[in-house]
Design a protein around this ligand. Structure first.
Ligand SMILES: [Zn+2]
Length: 251
């Protein structure tokens, strides 16, 4: 003979409410954990993208700086040439030679002016890039502090819930022992069908607590009697009275 204890409907319903509450708590933990790792991953990706952007701007600035140095050297060369031509002009033999040297000098002076203009433009470009760089750095540091908070939060949740989860798992196992298989099967099936994971709901304000479908008074009184398992006609969830729902507490 089987030694399995027969439970009254009321006991089964009460255990089912308990199971529902425990598993809803476990769902909450999963939701918390389920979103944070994703948020952390997204932030890490974003920061990586921002970092490569920062590197790119720095490289661009270095490139422009190099260009400026080239132009500065070009100015030095041109100025040296001007000095050389000026010295030459002291020993010219005729006006044609003098004009030719003067033309060279003018050309080199033009080179200097042009290089100076390039340097000025390049410096403006650098100033603009530096601003972008600062913005990018600020953005990165903001994201990094958000990331740090999320990571801390996640670690805390993981640490805090390890114990709680084990505790709930044990409680859930225990609660399952007090419900018959057929009812458990329905419970699990209904739970899986709904995103909020609610399979057992109280009647609230004359309606199903799961789908808000109106429950007639006669049915409500049957539910209150706890003599049989009654499901919502509309959503199929197991209905219980509010007192039973409130009587079960999860610690
Ligand atoms: Zn319903």
């Amino acid at each position: 003979m089987s030694t399995v204890k027969e439970f009254s409907v009321e006991e089964k319903l009460s255990s089912l409410v308990k199971l529902q509450k425990i598993e809803s708590k476990m769902d909450e933990i999963q939701v918390l954990k389920g979103e944070l790792p994703m948020e952390v991953r997204d932030l890490e990706d974003e920061i990586q993208g921002l970092n490569s952007r920062q590197t790119r701007i720095e490289e661009e600035i270095n490139g422009i700086q190099e260009f400026i140095n080239q132009k500065k050297n070009a100015i030095k060369d041109a100025e040296a040439l001007v000095k050389k031509y000026e010295k030459q002009s002291e020993n010219v033999k005729n006006s044609r030679e003098f004009e030719a040297i003067n033309k060279e000098i003018e050309m080199q002076q033009l080179e200097v002016k042009l290089a100076e203009k390039h340097i000025k433009d390049a410096n403006e470009e650098i100033a603009e890039k530096v601003q972008h760089l600062e913005k990018a750095r600020k953005n990165i540091s903001n994201k990094e502090s958000v990331l740090k908070n999320k990571k801390d939060e996640l670690e805390k949740i993981i640490a805090a819930n390890e114990k709680e989860e084990k505790h709930f798992e044990k409680m859930a196992d225990d609660a399952r022992q007090h419900v018959d298989e057929r009812l458990l099967f329905s419970y699990d099936r209904i739970r899986k069908n709904y995103r909020n994971g609610l399979a057992v709901v109280p009647v609230e304000r004359d309606a199903c607590g799961g789908c808000f479908y109106a429950i007639p008074p006669q049915k409500q009184s049957e539910i209150r009697q706890r003599k049989k398992v009654i499901v919502c006609e509309n959503c199929g969830r197991i209905l219980i009275d509010e007192d039973l729902a409130n009587a079960v507490e999860i610690k």
